[in-house]
Design a protein. Structure first.
Lengths: 109, 114
């Protein structure tokens, strides 16, 4: 039983913001929202995580709705190197990561 | 940022032989590491949690006698695929959490069993 729901794929224009949605309607109070991405044939890369407040780092911003049932990962200026599968994962702070199918993001020139 | 390495990056072995894959945390200590397996065009599947100084815990459906995990030090965990068969061919990836929140992943090891 998947804890998160993401679109299968998304296309994004280079230089534009990419907004990746994720639904996690059964999230518990102590569970965090994590985002990772995997570029083809590489190990996944950590992007960002949050509990209930919006977060921003050098890679992305994470917007979590007030009821915490959904979130959006924002890549502010997509580049070709951002083409990857993006995974939204819900888990507690020391929890194991259970990967779903993720969203295949393709950034085009 | 934290760095996790894996060795080898790829390996080909014959059916029936055993293969050992190493996962190292290069600039931090990891009491816990995780092992994943990924088949082509599929997502990562968590196989087991490797605990330094104690037995690994395996996910449901993963054969602990086939996938031997040893976490002998705070920077090294090994996964041994015993009596490998072609269906064990996969991409094996490890991860470790430096500070308990985000995890850092190794580059993966591609195993091909002929």
């Amino acid at each position: 039983d998947a804890k998160t729901t993401q679109p299968t794929s998304m296309d994004c224009a280079e230089g534009r913001a990419a907004n990746l949605p994720c639904n996690h309607s059964t999230i518990s109070g102590n569970e965090y929202v994590y985002w990772y991405r995997q570029i083809h044939s590489q190990g996944p890369q950590y992007i960002i995580h949050g509990l209930k407040n919006n977060e921003t780092n050098e890679m992305a911003s994470l917007i979590i709705t007030e009821d915490r049932k959904s979130s959006t990962l924002i890549l502010p200026h997509a580049t070709l190197r951002d083409t990857a599968v993006y995974y939204c994962i819900v888990t507690d702070s020391w929890g194991k990561l259970q990967f779903g199918a993720g969203t295949q993001v393709v950034v085009t020139p | 940022g934290a760095v996790v390495s894996q060795h080898p990056s790829w390996v080909i072995c014959k059916s029936g032989t055993s293969v050992k894959i190493e996962c190292r945390s290069l600039d931090f200590q990891a009491t816990t590491m995780f092992w994943y397996r990924q088949f082509p065009k599929q997502s990562l599947m968590l196989m087991a949690t490797s605990n330094e100084g104690s037995k690994a815990t395996y996910e449901q459906g993963v054969e602990k006698d086939k996938f031997l995990i040893n976490h002998a030090s705070l920077t090294l965990s090994t996964l041994t695929v015993t009596s490998a068969h072609p269906e064990d061919s996969s991409f094996y990836i490890c991860s470790a959490p430096p500070a308990g929140y985000e995890q850092y992943f190794g580059p993966g090891t591609r195993l091909t069993v002929t």
